[in-house]
Design a protein around this ligand. Sequence first.
Ligand code: HPA
Length: 264
Amino acid sequence: MSAATTIRSRIGSLEPKTAIVLGSGLGKLAERVSDPVRISYGDLDGFPGSGVSGHAAELVAGVMGACPVLMLSGRAHYYEHGDASAMRAPLETLHALGVEKLFLTNAAGSLHPEMPAGSVMQITDHINFSGSNPLFGEKSDRRFVGLTNAYDADMRAALDDAAERCGHFLHRGVYMWFSGPSFETPAEIRMARTIGADAVGMSTVPEAILARFLGMRVAAASVITNLAAGMSGDELSHQETKDMAPIGGARLADILFETVQTLV
Ligand code: HPA
C-alpha cells in the first residue's frame, strides 16, 4: 500500500493543507497537536528509517489550534547515504495528500555573533554548497526548477507577523547547505560569510528544492545552536546541537503554532 493510502486510511476526513518538517529542537511542537494520529516511518512505504540521534521517525497528523496539519518528525539527511533525494517519497506523499504549504525547520550554526545560540532565523534564500541536488537523475524537463522565489513571500510574511505577535525576534538570512556530517572548517566559514551566507547547516535545501519541484509553497526557519566553526574557539559537536536546539526550538514552535492559525 502506498504511504499516502496508509495515511489517508488512518486520518479519515482530515484535510491538511499545511505540513511541517520538524528538525532538531522542534519535536515538542508535535505535542501541540490535538487528537494526534502517529504513524511510524517504518509503516510508511518509501519513508526513511531513523538515522540521527535527536530525531524521531514518525508522521503526526491532527489539528494544531484551528489548523489541520501533517508533521514529519524526523528527516533523512544527505550525509547518511549520500542521497540528496532521500526525502523525495515523504514529500511526494504530503503533496499527494493535498498539502500546499510546507514549513521546513532545522538546527544551524550562525555566522553572526549578534545572532547567538538560542536565536531563530527565517530563511530568505539559500546557497547550495553540497555539490549535489535532489533532482539528479530526474528525467522530465520539470527538473529545471526556478528557485528565484523559492521561499514564499506570503508564508514569510506570516512568519514575521506571528513572531511579532509572540514577542520573539525573528532574524532573516541566507542558509548555506554543507553536506556534513563533519562540521565546517573555520576557513569554510570565512568563505561562507564572504559569499553571503548568514547560517550554515546540513539539511533543508534538498527538501526546499523537491517541494518547489512538486509545486508546494515553502518557508523555512533555523534554530541557531552555535556560532559557526572558528567563531568561538570551541570545537563543535552534535551533542551541543542537541543540547542547544530546544532553546531556540521552543521559540520557533511558538512562532509556527501562531503562523499556521492564520493559514486555516
Ligand atoms: N554547521 C552545520 N550544521 C549545523 C551547525 C553548524 O555549525 N550547527 C547545527 N547544525
